[in-house]
Design a protein around this ligand. Structure first.
Ligand code: GLC
Length: 629
């Protein structure tokens, strides 16, 4: 075993390992030289005291070089295009979609058949939910992975996936897949070897002989899935305890062991060569543990992501990462940088959109746009209305307090509101992971059901469209949960399914709603009306260069129910005003006097005279092209 040494010595060791594994071509060598110093520095911080640091680093580099050699030519061409235009994802033409392969289309062949529809909709990015081999029955919707190299046989094969990626690419759609690297399923080969007592693989997980260490860690860790098991550990059949942040069959990997980094980097490189363009880095906050801390968002979590980023930059330079951190907003942004994750979900804007619709008060959302929207150059938000997961109220209590709002009580209110327990609520959601010990809960439900369409509230369809109008106009990559564009409703049948009954998120993961898609051109139906309005917004966004990038200039009105911002372009701006309230708001000419009086309504395609002021209907919005005076 060799420990880490100087950058020069370790560079030589790494190059020798790469050469032993095959030819090291010039293109790789150039990227190796650019990335190795930072990878070495990261390894030194993470693994400086491990006896095998240098050899694991060398093995990682050798795997990267071999992966580059094996990389199909069309992907190398794509790498070239992406590195020549590294901000490709900032385009106003970007539109993401997300779906489960089985629920939306049966299998990979079914997804392929949907490509014409994806084009009709304008997708440029398709996130297929986890499709890997996973335990039969309960597997957290595929987030318990038994092999990263095998597609779940019920969905298809890895070869089919690679073909699908190529076809999507030809259709202008980038394939996005999860990289579920915090944990494996208990059926993964490594997990099985660990359970069997293979010392090499025991060190891949965090296994303790008794409760002493688990008890000590649990002093400060949070319960993520309290319905499944208390605390962060589960007991193995032999009496030992293993770290398991999520479900009891998802075992956290031990990243303090450099062999785990090397092994997972290998799985990442394998996926890279199947044609994935964006990896969604699952559960990033949890990947490093330290006694006496919450074991969330520790500095080492960032170092690890940067190290994966450096490996990818050597072997698949066109690919990028999307961070999935659904935590305090200060922590969410800490993962976003061109050296770490170029993209990130924007859980704050998502949650506060729902907060604003419930309270009919846009001030928390406005405050978040004012102060928490800006990002480093070369990075972008993924803005969404809802995902496959629950909605958690991740706003900062200190932000709420500035507006006189008590965070704890406000979350309680929002949970009551969205689970329909608050009198007069338009929402039909279901509680997820309600924890009686802490009073904590999250909310599950489709956009249409949460917004009032299911309850047949008069504002339901407007709220669906309004929520998307925000996500489509604040910049970055807007991401649509497929089915929401036809106002898909909750599917309560999960409660009768023994495998799914315990996880209420299945309420918003229904099958592709064929009936609603069939009605999408029929304006006498909710599906048809929502689809027509949504596709209009999508096409306006595509032809509005001001919507590219992330820059956003706040715009304040005297009305608490109105959220406002400007998206600057080269010569003009788009002013967005959204009324989350149930009553019409009149914006007076003085408020609009910073712009020339002649404006243009991009959605309704008509001229607007700002000297007349503006009337915003209940749950209404405008996208106005304006010129500052
Ligand atoms: C992420 C996924 C979620 C899953 C968890 C564990 O948060 O979005 O669905 O349960 O990771 O993998």
């Amino acid at each position: 075993m060799t420990a880490l040494s100087t950058p020069n010595a370790d560079r030589t060791t790494a190059l020798e390992a790469a050469e032993a594994a095959g030819r090291v071509d010039e293109a790789f060598l150039a990227r190796f030289d650019a990335q190795f110093p930072r990878l070495h520095a990261l390894f030194t911080q993470l693994y400086g005291d491990r006896p095998d640091g240098s050899e694991q680093l060398a093995a990682t580099v050798a795997a990267a070089s071999a992966s580059w050699n094996a990389r199909p030519l069309d992907l190398k061409v794509r790498d070239g295009q992406r590195t020549a235009d590294p901000e490709w994802f900032q385009s106003e033409r970007m539109l993401g979609g997300v779906c489960y392969v089985d629920r939306y289309a049966g299998n990979l062949a079914g997804i392929r058949d949907q490509i014409p529809y994806f084009r009709e909709l304008g997708l440029t990015y398709l996130h297929l939910m986890p499709l890997f081999d996973a335990p039969d029955g309960d597997n957290d919707g595929g987030y318990a992975v038994s092999s990263y190299r095998r597609v779940n046989p019920s969905l298809g094969t890895m070869a089919q996936l690679a073909e699908l990626a190529a076809e999507l690419r030809l259709a202008g759609i980038s394939l996005v897949l999860d990289f579920i690297f915090n944990h494996t399923s208990s059926e993964h080969e490594w997990a099985q070897k660990a359970v069997a007592g293979d010392a090499e693989y025991e060190d891949f997980y965090l296994i303790f002989p008794d409760r002493q260490m688990p008890d000590a860690y649990e002093q400060t860790t949070r319960e993520i899935f309290p319905d499944d098991h208390p605390g962060s550990f589960v007991q193995l059949a032999d009496g030992r305890w293993i770290w398991s942040t999520f479900y009891h069959y998802q075992w956290d990997l031990n990243y303090a062991n450099p062999a785990v980094f090397r092994a997972m980097a290998g799985e990442m490189l394998f996926l890279a060569n199947q044609g994935v363009e964006v990896l969604r880095m699952d559960a990033v906050a949890f990947i490093w543990k330290r006694l006496g801390t919450a074991c969330e968002s520790l500095p080492e979590a960032h170092l690890l992501l940067q190290a994966f980023n450096a490996v990818l930059a050597m072997a698949a330079p066109g690919m990028i990462f999307k961070s999935e951190a659904i935590v305090h907003p200060d922590e969410v942004v800490s993962y976003i940088s061109p050296d770490e994750c170029e993209l990130s979900y924007n859980p704050l804007q998502m949650a506060l959109t729902w907060e604003a619709l419930a309270t009919r008060d846009g001030r928390m959302l406005q405050q978040a746009l004012d102060r928490r929207h800006a990002l480093p150059a070369g990075t972008a938000w993924v803005n969404y209305v809802r995902s496959h997961d629950d909605i958690g109220w991740t706003f900062a209590d200190e932000d709420a307090a500035e507006l006189g709002i008590d965070g704890y009580r406000h979350r309680q209110f929002l949970n009551r509101f969205y689970t329909g327990r608050h009198e007069g609520s338009f929402a039909r959601g279901v509680a997820f992971q309600e924890n009686p010990a802490t009073g904590d809960a999250r909310v599950a439900g489709t956009t249409a059901s949460l917004a009032g369409v299911e309850a047949q509230d008069a504002g339901g369809e407007d709220r669906v469209v309004l929520a998307h109008a925000l996500a489509l106009s604040t910049g970055g990559v807007p991401l649509l949960y497929l089915g929401d564009e036809v106002a898909q409703l909750n599917d309560y049948s999960y409660a009768d399914d023994p495998v799914r009954r315990g996880d209420s998120r299945w309420v918003h993961r229904g099958n592709r709603p064929r009936d609603r898609y069939a009605q999408r051109d029929d304006p006498s139906t909710p599906a048809g009306r929502v689809y027509r309005r949504m596709t209009k917004l999508i096409s306006v966004r595509q032809s509005t260069p001001e919507f590219a990038g992330n820059e956003l200039i706040p715009f304040h009105t005297p009305h608490p129910s109105v959220v406002g911002y400007q998206r600057p372009g080269a010569a003009s701006r788009v002013l967005v005003l959204a009324n989350v309230g149930d009553t019409e708001v009149s914006i007076d000419p003085l408020t609009l006097s910073g712009f020339e009086r002649a404006a243009f309504d991009l959605v309704h395609t008509n001229d607007v005279d700002l000297d007349d002021g503006l009337a915003l209907p209940p749950h209404g919005f405008v996208w106005l092209r304006v010129t500052p005076v």
